[in-house]
Design a protein. Structure first.
Length: 722
């Protein structure tokens, strides 16, 4: 039987979608099969955008039609028949899932509290405890006081109690950010008992409409600019009904500017202001009145090469402004920044551990790729490290940076010209204000890094002139930041080759004292577990000693990420069944691992099937604690490893995270040049976790040194001859 939870509210615009997304994301770390269900959805002619957004989550694998109970018309026509239909359709979803998030109706057709009463009945009939969402804002946009919210709760409680619905928690969403503690205290007093109450602050960005929404609302057309930038949110509106010089003083960061279509002077001034670093970055321009641009004005705009969206509508100024101000933003699947904002608000203000305990979820017995990925973010977030990203000119890096910063995964330094980097981020509607942006040509850093590079490479005849040129390369600059402690780790490679990314680390960071070779692993996330594959990216043909090093490093990496350490030293034969130089290399490497680390479970030579299949392992290597249960796979050469990880990735649908470099004194990691934004986020989280381990090892070493150097005082003697 699935564990279920029902999210409902007593009114519209309380922000159930934010809570639903945050809860769904939290549950995806705990459950393998997640479901979403909407008991009462919009009509068949209008898709339910909240349901579509939740179904787009990676953890959910359901069709839209399966996740809908009935429409509003069905409830109006026959509430009892609709309830029976809801229960029937829900049971079909429940049978496929471990946990189902049920999102109540949206108060579009029925007024409160009648609609809450129906939602309460549905929750009781589905056997789902209720997470009640209260709106921290009134209909006129004013923040509600704790007393007012307590009164709203009292009404809701009556309806829930009358339907015998179980209350599992209360979230006051869109609360006054300056009075969260007062809101929690006031509502908690009204709730009583041990039912938890949380408050999520109002964030204007979540209710800001996108340019695409405004384009549709004013029935306009995209006249100029980049269509991809229509996803940017408009954080305000400026009606340019004045002279050019007065318009310029009223421009707002992230705003949409309404300009009369026949005011070419105002249009050009607004475009130039947007292009200037001394004026705010705009979200877009809407030309009202339906006027055609003069040919010479259109040619002039084309010559500016601006990507700012310019929309034309036939509406007048008043109607255009009225529609814009009434258009509400939606938390939809096509807005990554809104996703990040909603998830961050939930993570930072709702105690997920307490909520999960209230739901009494059974602990997971498997680890899915999503669980592992979210585990990475959680671990990185607990002790944020400072990571440098050298490729500030890549949009993927900027998008990943926005996600990482908003969700508190890491502190970031981005390399590049500050004006260009921040300007492009603003153009994309991204918030990277918390990141440091550093130019690799910054003279203070350049001189410091060049001096240190000359010292490190003096034995190679390095000169100051050459060093000054070398350290302006972003890979060298970022690596030098890590070396000198200005950053804890580096992630690069989205726009550079692997060699370009990691070569500076060989020269500057170098290997750990007990490691002779830098190697790599891929974290292979299968459907129900995570395995470690090494080395699949760096060393073409390691010898026995190097292979042993790779095995020990791979085991250490496995331990860092909570994976049991059972090492299979792979070959084309198992045990003593084969012979030859390749098998002998693996056999010697296995012996070296056992001698150097007798605490590690290692076996080899062993074939892949004997390493992963319990029956085959028992047959070929009876009594082995690794055969059939291996978690760390060490390949004899790069050719075998690289092909195997790609074969497993493609044929088994595994998620391959990596390559993760290992053996360096400080973490440097490489990205694929085809990396997606989520790949970059994962790699930064991995690098941060590695940096946490480096810091912990350094602290332990320092403590040992302090203990060893502390003065020893002889114990006082109590004898007569003292």
């Amino acid at each position: 039987m699935a564990q279920n939870i029902y999210i409902t509210s007593i009114e519209g615009h309380a922000g159930k979608s934010t809570v639903a997304l945050g809860l769904l994301d939290t549950l995806s770390r705990e459950a393998k099969r997640l479901g979403v269900f909407r008991p009462v959805a919009r009509t068949s002619n209008e898709r339910d955008y909240v349901l579509e957004m939740l179904l787009a989550h990676d953890a959910v694998n359901l069709n839209y039609d399966d996740a809908v109970g009935v429409g509003y018309d069905d409830v109006h026509a026959d509430p009892e028949a609709a309830l029976s239909r809801i229960v029937e359709r829900f049971k079909a979803v429940e049978a496929q899932c471990d946990v189902v998030v049920i999102v109540g109706s949206d108060y579009t057709d029925v007024g409160s509290p009648t609609e809450l009463s129906y939602n309460a009945r549905v929750a009781a009939n589905l056997g789902a405890p209720v997470l009640l969402v209260l709106g921290g804002q009134s209909e006129d946009g004013e923040s509600r006081s704790p007393d007012a919210l307590a009164q709203v709760y009292a009404i809701a409680h009556q309806e829930l109690d009358a339907a015998h619905a179980q209350l599992v928690g209360v979230i006051v969403n869109r609360s006054d950010p300056d009075h969260l503690a007062d809101v929690i205290a006031g509502v908690s007093a009204a709730v009583g008992g041990d039912t938890p109450v949380w408050a999520i602050p109002e964030d204007p960005f979540l209710i800001a409409p996108s340019l695409a929404a405004l384009l549709a609302a004013v029935e306009g057309e995209l006249l100029k600019g980049d269509s991809d930038l229509l996803l940017r949110e408009a954080l305000g509106v400026v009606v340019a009904g004045m002279t050019m010089e007065n318009v310029l003083t009223r421009l707002i960061e992230g705003s949409v500017v309404v300009v009369a279509g026949d005011r070419s002077d105002v249009l050009l001034a607004t475009l130039m202001a947007h292009a200037s670093e001394t004026f705010p970055s705009l979200a877009g321009i809407i030309l009202n009145g339906g006027f055609e641009l003069l040919p010479q004005i259109e040619r002039l705009i084309d010559g500016l090469d601006l990507s700012l969206p310019v929309i034309r509508t036939s509406l007048g100024t008043y109607d255009t402004a009225r529609i814009i101000t009434k258009t509400r933003g939606r938390l939809a699947a096509d807005s990554p920044r809104k996703f990040d904002t909603a998830l961050a608000l939930f993570e930072q203000n709702v105690d997920a551990e307490v909520l999960l305990q209230r739901l009494e979820l059974n602990p997971p017995t498997v680890v899915t790729p999503l669980m592992f990925e979210y585990g990475l973010l959680d671990r990185a977030r607990k002790n944020p490290q400072h990571i440098v990203l050298p490729e500030g000119g890549d949009d993927r890096i900027l998008r990943a940076s926005s996600t990482l910063l908003r969700r508190g995964v890491a502190k970031l330094t981005i390399l590049g010209d500050e004006g260009e980097v921040r300007g492009r981020a603003a153009e994309l509607g991204l918030d990277i204000s918390a990141a440091h942006v550093v130019s690799p040509f910054d003279e203070n850093f350049r001189s410091q890094f060049a001096t240190e590079y000359v010292r490190l490479r003096a034995h190679k005849g390095m000169t100051m002139e050459t060093a000054r040129d070398t350290v302006t390369d972003v890979s060298y600059f970022g690596t030098m930041m890590v070396h000198l402690g200005l950053a804890d780790g580096m992630v690069s490679g989205a726009a550079h080759t692997t060699a370009h990314t990691i070569r500076p680390s060989f020269e500057i960071i170098k290997t750990k004292p007990d490691v002779s070779i830098v190697s790599s692993v891929f974290l292979m996330c299968l459907e129900d577990r995570v395995l470690v594959y090494g080395d699949c990216a760096v060393n073409p043909d390691p010898d026995a000693a190097q292979l042993a090093d790779i095995a020990i490093s791979s085991a250490a990496t496995a331990e860092q990420f909570g994976i049991e350490q059972r090492i299979a030293m792979l070959s084309y034969s198992t045990g003593t069944s084969g012979s030859g130089a390749d098998v002998d290399k693996v056999r010697l490497a296995t012996t070296l691992v056992s001698e150097r680390r007798p605490d590690l479970a290692v076996d080899g030579p062993i074939q892949y099937d004997a390493a992963v299949d319990a029956a085959v392992g028992k047959s070929k290597m009876p009594g082995s604690e690794v055969a059939g249960r291996a978690t760390v796979f060490v390949f004899p050469d790069l050719n075998t490893g690289n092909n195997t990880y790609k074969a497993v990735q493609r044929s088994a649908g595994a998620v391959a995270i990596g390559p993760v470099l290992q053996g360096l004194r400080k973490p440097i990691n490489d990205l694929s040049r085809g990396a997606l934004v989520q790949d970059i986020v994962n790699t930064v989280a991995i690098t941060a976790i590695q940096a946490q381990s480096v810091a912990a090892e350094a602290a332990a070493t320092a403590a040992t040194i302090v203990t060893a150097s502390a003065p020893h005082h002889a114990a006082p003697s109590h004898g007569k001859h003292s």
